[in-house]
Write a protein that binds this ligand. Structure first.
Ligand code: GAP
Length: 591
């Protein structure tokens, strides 16, 4: 693990952000428990996501089950295609992600886009060895390994199910009903924040590659012919883009261009993806991602998921590596088409025309008095096949005879017997299958990124200090409340104030143990942006007030984490001031 990773993991465990689960039993790779600080930080990130992508955009949010039946994943393509490449060590038996062995030991990036055969060749050509024991991996087979966790639904093994590998499928399978909730009006978006599970071959880097993680996904259903995103809202946002072209060029680099320029220059091909990149840049800044350690990278052709037509990843830099934190994919109609083909539902939306239109519609009206004697028990199936054919391929009826296939047998029918004709019909609309644009965020990777990017060290009063410069909205605790000392009534007043601030909806911690400097450091380390101290001046204000002195105002100090500056604030204004500071409606400088 890198120095940055080790530092963060140590802080995370010591201060209650996250720790490997089931440690008492030796721990299981790829499973993490969020501690008290981490669980609140994660909640705050999810709420900030909900605010940006659901509430402010007017989308719906659902919560679907984690376990889904096999049929869902047969349809979605995950059963067949959701694989990573595995190579096993012949000596120690450890399993490794073959593309990662290549990336970590050669100059090749994005080895995921190569075939298993090519990866096996690269391993051999470069004499690559097992990362655990150093044994040569040449000649070892490189194979596809399906990442889904399988389970049985109910007793017995007749009803296989899987833990969902992405929350998205829980949205797609409910599309027919969700579309009703949206009154069948495109475009509409459905979001979900929930668990996803992947049996990763080699989990690593703390929360970065785990086997159980939280995704925040938005599936935005659009009419590809008509719906346009509100691009004007984001067109002036500057994006750090690392396109396929730049990745493949010898001197390729990140291009800083506005959304408008990226679309005009064809760097971004799709306006919807461009819209979401523009919208998201500001959100990453809001939650504390360092923009000097951030980029959007386009997927290389071989890297695209089986459902994606185009995909850009938001990536953050962590200990010198670029890590995907969000995928922005144009999924087209892949998922809805697949679920329509595998289920009883159509997964379409009825699109009403502005005015009814008259169209020529080829139809058949098979003469069963002829088909019956000729084809016996198969006559009904032949008639159905004719009806399907006329919809799919009306030109097939232009000759005097037409041929259809039923269960592998061919049947030839006179066009006249088929009752072929072209009718004029008036239609008020048509059934269309929406396309999907999907921003898909990994919440654990966001947690890890904001912690890593917020980590700072400096010196205060000749003492080394570590602090997390988390935005107040995201920090697990907003206010630490301390008495200067727990005596002379200071502790009692501080506890009262902590209670009042909690009542105002703030995340508050009370601490009276140890020297005041130590207490500040403890809060700095978990990123608490403000600390309130009750001291003797507070009491003086009280006493003067009690003495009915018109100038007497009870005050406390409020200390800001990053600068360590302290200001006196009237207790009467304290809750309102801190809420405004947390919500970004007031800056500490303006106090
Ligand atoms: N529905 C699309 C989808 O699942 P993905 O790129 O496979 O796309 C989306 O995953 C996000 O989920 C990623 O950008 C990443 O943040 C997170 N993610 C994926 N696999 C993960 C893992 N093993 N551990 C932690 N986060 C993961």
């Amino acid at each position: 693990m890198s120095e940055e990773g080790a530092r963060l993991t140590e802080l995370a465990k010591r201060r209650g952000f996250f720790l490997q689960s089931s440690g008492a039993y030796g721990g299981v790779a790829g499973f993490y428990t969020y501690g008290p600080q981490g669980a609140t930080l994660k909640d705050n990130l999810e709420n900030a996501w909900r605010d940006r992508y659901v509430t402010r955009e007017g989308h719906m949010e659902i919560s679907a089950p984690d376990v889904m039946p096999e049929a869902v994943f047969e349809a979605s393509g995950h059963l067949d295609g959701f694989d990573d490449m595995i190579v096993e060590c012949p000596e120690c038996g450890a399993s490794h992600r073959a593309d990662h062995v290549v990336e970590d030991n050669t100059s090749i990036e994005e080895a995921e886009s190569f075939s298993t055969d090519r990866i096996a060749e690269i391993i051999e050509e470069n004499d690559l060895v097992c990362p655990d024991c150093g044994t040569e991996l040449a000649d070892q087979p490189v194979e596809d390994f399906n990442l889904m966790f399988e389970t049985n639904i109910g007793p017995g093994s007749s009803s296989p199910g899987y833990l969902r590998p992405e929350t998205a499928q829980g949205i797609f399978v409910e599309f027919p009903q969700l579309s009703e909730y949206a009154r069948n009006q495109l475009p509409f978006g459905v979001a979900q924040i929930g668990k996803a599970y992947r049996n990763e071959i080699s989990p690593r880097k703390g929360l970065i590659r785990v086997r159980e993680f939280t995704q925040a996904e938005l599936e935005h259903f659009i009419d590809p012919e008509e719906d346009e995103p509100p691009i004007a809202r984001v067109e002036d946002v500057t994006l750090p883009l690392y396109s396929v072209e730049q990745q493949q060029a010898d001197d390729g680099d990140i291009q800083e261009v506005t959304v408008r320029e990226a679309l005009e220059e064809g760097i971004l091909a799709d306006e919807w993806v461009a819209f979401y990149l523009g919208l998201s840049k500001g959100w990453y800044e809001r939650i504390g991602v360092d923009m000097d350690r951030f980029r959007f990278r386009q997927h290389l052709p071989g890297e695209l998921a089986h459902y994606a037509a185009d995909c850009w990843d938001a990536e953050s830099e962590l200990a010198g590596d670029w890590v995907e934190i969000t995928g922005f994919a144009y999924r087209g109609d892949y998922d809805l088409k697949k679920h329509a083909a595998h289920s009883e539902e159509e997964f379409t939306v009825f699109k009403q025309y502005d005015e009814p239109v008259t169209v020529e519609r080829p139809t058949v009206d098979p003469d069963m008095s002829v088909l019956g004697p000729e084809f016996g028990g198969d006559a009904g199936a032949v008639a159905e096949a004719l009806e399907e054919l006329v919809e799919r391929e009306p030109d097939a009826f232009e000759d005097t005879e037409v041929t259809v296939e039923v269960d592998g047998d061919t049947y030839t029918v006179d066009t006249e017997t088929a009752g072929y004709s072209v009718e004029e019909v008036t239609e008020s609309g048509e059934h269309i299958r929406p396309h999907v644009v999907e921003p898909s965020f990994g919440v654990g990777r966001l947690v890890y990124t904001v912690l890593a990017h917020a980590y700072e060290e400096d010196e205060v009063d000749d003492e080394q200090r570590t602090y997390l410069s988390l935005p107040p909205e995201i920090a697990p605790t907003t206010v630490g409340v301390f008495p200067l000392m727990d005596k002379d009534g200071l502790g009692e007043r501080a506890r009262e104030l902590a209670e009042e601030l909690r009542g105002a909806g703030l995340e508050v911690t009370y601490d009276d143990s140890g020297a005041i400097g130590r207490r500040y450091r403890r809060q700095d380390e978990v990123g608490t942006p403000f600390c309130v101290t009750v001291d003797y001046e507070t009491q003086e204000g009280n006493e003067t007030q009690d003495a009915a002195d018109a100038d007497g105002t009870e005050t406390v100090t409020v200390r800001e984490r990053d600068t360590t500056t302290q200001k006196r604030v009237a207790v009467d204004d304290l809750a309102e001031t801190l809420v405004a500071l947390r919500d970004g409606d007031l800056s500490f400088d303006d106090l």
